[in-house]
Design a binder for this molecule. Structure first.
Ligand code: IMP
Ligand code: MG
Length: 189
């Protein structure tokens, strides 16, 4: 297996590496260039969805060549350990008002799309100037609600992935690559 950067004790929890740290870094750089071009001359705010997006948004921001501000939101969704039930609750609101602002929502992964759908409804009610979506990953085969994703790092198959901010039971977020968790770790096999 390609190097994971994981402590030895966790390395055996991955079945394989989906994207190496270098592949992730290079894709994040490309996304930042695209966003910098699109938002040139237009002030905007990146809204990170906690906790999964914290590493992605930090790396993305450091590659931007245009100014932007940042704010965070968090949601809790009830359901099984590896998928949402669709019942979503806001646990941390933004610190600033978004009315009249250009917003770029930054997510770690869009699975069913329900969390994001809930978030977008909440944001739209606050009447921002615009909202675009940037996600590191999406699982197109699992989408249940239609969401217009402007920037996407990678479209991935229906496998449970961890690393680069993504967790299983609060573990593996610090992994520099994106890896597939062995199903037996989360009781999927
Ligand atoms: P959705 O509401 O079904 O789109 O679920 C989105 C949330 O579920 C993400 O923000 C993640 O927190 C979590 N999630 C979905 N798939 C994965 C995965 O493969 N690995 C880690 N977290 C995931
Ligand atoms: Mg998330």
């Amino acid at each position: 297996m390609r190097s994971t950067g994981l402590p030895r004790s966790q390395e055996h929890d991955l079945s394989h590496v989906m994207y190496t740290a270098e592949e992730v870094e290079s894709r994040v750089h490309e996304l930042a260039e695209e966003i910098s071009r699109d938002y040139a001359g237009r002030e905007f705010t990146m809204l990170g969805v906690l906790r999964g997006a914290f590493i992605f948004i930090a790396d993305l921001m450091r590659h931007l060549t245009v100014p932007c501000s940042v704010d965070f939101m968090a949601f809790e969704s009830y359901g099984a350990a590896t998928e949402t039930s669709g019942v979503v609750r806001l646990t941390k609101d933004l610190d600033e008002s978004v009315t009249g602002k250009h917003l770029l929502v930054v997510e770690d992964i869009i699975d069913s799309g329900r969390t994001l759908h809930y978030m977008l409804q909440m944001l739209e009610a606050r009447e921002p100037a615009s909202i675009s979506i940037c996600t590191l990953l999406q699982k197109p085969s699992r989408r249940e609600v239609d969401i217009d994703v402007r920037y996407c790092g990678f479209s991935v198959p229906d496998e449970f992935v961890v690393g680069y901010g993504l967790d299983y039971d609060q573990r593996y977020r610090g992994l520099p690559c994106i890896g597939v968790l062995k199903p037996e770790i989360y009781g999927g096999a």
